[in-house]
Design a protein. Structure first.
Length: 126
């Protein structure tokens, strides 16, 4: 098909979001077990109270996962429209891949050391 070059980056970013989902739960569930919270207690916690119980390094992964659902929404819409109207190849595809690469670079920055200035620079470039 011609003009659908923006679709592979859409799939790649969706896949990356699932990687971050797995990493978030891989670190979050052991911390919840350490806090000895059962399902009933967890269901009553607000986001703020849950964040207060978890170490920052665990919170950062959850925050990044949430950001991967917030910031890229316009990207998904534009990339899909470009593909649907046959304008997803060429420069559109290059920019779509650039956006995905920058979001993938942003994730470990936020999820490991959370250096805000560096994180913001990568975010601003995307």
């Amino acid at each position: 098909m011609i003009g659908v070059g923006t679709l592979p980056p859409v799939i790649a970013l969706a896949a990356w979001t699932m990687v971050m989902w797995a990493w978030m739960y891989w670190t979050r569930i052991p911390e919840l077990d350490r806090a000895k919270l059962d399902d009933a207690a967890l269901s009553l916690l607000t986001k703020e109270k849950l964040d207060a119980l978890l170490p920052p390094q665990v919170q950062w992964k959850a925050h990044n996962y949430n950001h991967l659902h917030e910031a890229p929404t316009v990207f998904y819409a534009v990339a899909l429209v470009l593909a649907l109207v046959g304008q997803g190849d060429g420069l559109s595809s290059v920019f779509a891949w650039l956006y995905v690469v920058l979001r993938v670079i942003h994730s470990p920055i936020q999820s490991t050391r959370n250096r805000v200035k560096l994180r913001f620079a990568v975010f601003a470039l995307s």
